[in-house]
Unconditional design. Sequence first.
Length: 458
Amino acid sequence: MTDLTTLLEVGGPLAALGGGAAYTRAKHPALYWSAVGGPMSTVRLLSSYGSVMEACGLTVAPSRLRVLAVKATTRRDIRPVPPRRGILRPTSTGLRLRLRLAPGQEPADVAASAERLRHAWGVHAAYVTTVKPGVVELRLVGYDVLRRVRMPRKTGGGFLKVPVALREDATPFVRDYRTVPHQLTLGATLSGKSMYLRHLIIGLAPQPVALVGIDCKRGVELAPFAARLSALATDPDEAAALLPVLVKEMEDRYDLIKARQGIAPSTPDEEITSDIWGLPERERPVPIVLFVDEVAELFLTATRKDEERRDEMVTQLIRLAQLGRAAGIYLEVCGQRFGAELGKGATMLRAQLTGRVCHRVNDEASAKMALGDIAPEAVFAACSIAPEMPGLAVAGDTSGGWSRIRTPYLSLGDAAETCREAAHLVPDLPSLKPFRPHVPVHPVEASAPVVRPRPVTD
């Protein structure tokens, strides 16, 4: 009886401690990793580094000089040499360490063993990036950082750089317009496409950039940000009038570059290799970012006249995508589907959009439209996004690289308030003034009267 009582006295706190750890791991994974998971994985890594590398085939035979030195000083067995390990750096989401590869190894060898390393050291995921020739960084992520997104403090933002989401390796996904000038974003209804667009707009709102929107859904997506927009078109007719103005603005900027650099006015725009960033700052025109929401609405036609208008708009969009980068005009095209079935010019326009972000889609063909031509292996990852994970997407570019990202939640009211606070930063572009959206004045709510009327009696 005494032994049973002692067992209950000891087992009760242990059970409570185990239950608390399990609850913390499920509800607060970051806290669990800092308190329990991180120290345990560190001990596993330090104690089993050599044996794990040997089991994963990441060791090489020692050099002859090393063999002679070992035989001369000790009698222990000569074992294969693993990559030299650097300092282990703990982070709030995992562990980081650099490996100096042994002669004859390449980063692909370590990347191929990432899944084995993940299981051996008890972490959620392992990622390998090349730092310089012969040195790779191994990033170990302790838990699923995409389940509850928390952006890191250092996001790497800047001029025309917007930290819009979090990658699955716990690094920020930065939308850099100078590096990737044009991008296509696809996603079904309630997939998080609008949330992604909100983060882009509020990230650009405090910067000296002109924001232009085309929202053929009567402006329901972009109208809340009207205070910061330089121009807004809410139907195909307005879009047909706005796009030629942007093309004319682009041509004027090319003339400015020609005049500054002494290029003959008769030189075709396609032969100009410089851009507005080579101009002096006082003469440099402000960059323009064009947001096109539901691009399919620009391709739909009902009559012969609509087809002519559609062909003109598509031609102008293609011109902006081909020549706009040098003139400081960038495209952000969004939609649910974007393929050849939309009509003439759709495939040509898509080919000019370097960046690709694919949220949850309704069919595999839509994922192939976004990622099939640049990263075919990412199509399956895009098709496996669950409906209960809004904001989760697969981001890729023409280099063939891709990664899973997720955008943090941002309410429409907070995004609109940010745009209203930055309304004074709207640049002065005379050509876009006719398309400047009307910003309604919010009425001030009347306060309750201090003196109440006398109640009516019989």
